[in-house]
Design a protein around this ligand. Sequence first.
Ligand code: ARG
Length: 463
Amino acid sequence: MSDKNESTMWGGRFTEATDTFVERFTASIQFDQRLFHHDINGSIAHAKMLNKAGVLNDEELSAIETGLEEIRQDAINGNIEWSIQLEDVHMNIEARLTDKIGITGKKLHTGRSRNDQVATDIRLYLRDAIDAIAIELRRLQSGLITQAEIYADAIMPGFTHLQTAQPVTFGHHLLAWNEMLERDYSRLMDCRKRMNQSPLGAAALAGTTYPIDRELTASLLGFDKPTENSLDSVSDRDFAIEFNAFASILLMHLSRCSEELILWTSAQFNFIDLPDRFCTGSSIMPQKKNPDVPELVRGKTGRVIGHLTSLLVLMKGQPLAYNKDNQEDKEPLFDTIDTVQDCLKAFADMVPAIQIKGDGMYEAAKRGFSTATDLADYLVRKGVAFRDAHEIVGQSVAYGIDSGKDLSEMTLKELQQFSDIITDDVFDVLTLEGSVAARNHIGGTAPQQVRAAAARARQLIAK
Ligand code: ARG
């Protein structure tokens, strides 16, 4: 064997073999082999188009299709030894095709470059990932909405600054999570819409001299249309960045939900119970039941946000058109996809299993003077200026702290010490039930509104 680079597909102009370290350093097959399905789909569409254009005859097309389908099966069965010398998934598959069907295999790459090939493959791969993620996101939302309906009347303390603020219902809280996820869903759909254009035909950067039909390959691959500009088609990875931005926001949301689940399962809050199957124990402290699943979701948010930064920095100084830098898009993107899928599955499985724990939430709502605003509003309705009402309620709360009583537990006499305007009807607003029921407007926490909001949310996710 000579020193020339005969084993590669581009060895023609080279006079010495690639350094073995450089071979490994520049290869992507270690991680891009997962694109094999989409690479084969892209190649079959390209070959069909070349056949229509008169570049491949019918026998050649059929040999290519059969050969590629065999390679797909080999890959599925794990019967391919991916080769570092062949650098990436595209050249591995092409070389194997040529091994199988001979010289016809070498014709497949007519009018195409790995630059438009890889740009096509990642879009196809990401599109399938988006569709799978969309289904899982909807499953999670559906679980939240069902739980919101179940717990439309369940009262808990609502917090600001993590201090008890006003009573809300647990159903209302869960629907707040659903709203975050609904926006994430619509961000995901936006991303899909923008990325679903076919770069195939851009070739290396300038297009090709063959009579190709880009509309045909675009439609065979389920793209909305061909991309407009060949230079842009092979170079930008903004669609991957946009997906990662979606993923970062989604994980930021799931991380916040996780944080709440973790707090709520603690003995100090004692609001909810997570079934044992979502928790683990401690090897030293026998009493422990740790909320590992939400903790890990919270933790994994970091890597996804990190990948967004990686991709942005990867792209920022690149001149047009394709640069090898772009090969670095895959590992962050794949890891983001995997992480999002796992975290969504964890949440979609876990949410329907959340149970509220006895009256822990209810008792907590009673403890923090959560109906203080209701008392102030009551006084205002009776003609007291809001600032004066605020002062009166402040004194009542101070008394409550000293005497260890919630506002709803005080007698009328006790309350009248602070304002003689207060009468018996005050107890309608001082109870937790009265407080939540009074917030009866779109977006409010009244059980009636929570049920209506859940019904609307259910309709939206069915679309
Ligand atoms: N493995 C390469 C990538 O992921 C494929 C494109 C290579 N193109 C090239 N001109 N070297 O980006």
